[in-house]
Design a protein around this ligand. Sequence first.
Ligand code: GLN
Length: 197
Amino acid sequence: MDLTVGVLALQGDVREHRAVLASLGADVVPVRRPAELERVAGLVIPGGESSVMDKLVRGFGLQQALRERIAAGMPVYGTCAGLIMLADAVIDAIEGQESLGGLDIAVRRNAFGGQLESFETELDVPRLGAPPVHAVFIRAPVVERVGPRAEVLAALPDGRVVAVEQGPLLGTSFHPEMNGETRFHERFLDRVRTAVR
Ligand code: GLN
């Protein structure tokens, strides 16, 4: 079975995602061009800076191809800036910033101000079971609106939504790839195996 998956490698923490996916047995390739996207059965969009990533996606001629693959059901996992790229609507985007869309959600960029800009916490994710996820937030977005097609996977104790899923699309505000948490990537690879079958 072809388990070649890609990491969008224009900007952001590409290396960390590649390492987690490789440790789980996937063949991982960087994706920068439409021809590379064609060869992968699933894609991770890393954290970084969504406004820059958007510009690069368009500059590398990838926007249309990515939107088509997403619409065709390719599994995608986005972390932080990657979640922003997957959101149908972005609040506090910079002028002209576009997302790829796919997830029926609105996210607010840089939703944690001041001292909370970066923080870590234990997060209960019922779909992943025990133990809780150690979640690292870095200038993270929050999901402010969850449409009927998306499902909430995790929320902070105050109710703010930080992980969602919609069929083959998965998104987290935080960075599991940074601290050895592999369950989201395993879930993504399960979706890829199902899609390939
Ligand atoms: N603040 C960044 C953005 O708006 C996301 C930060 C991250 O990916 N760690 O894209």
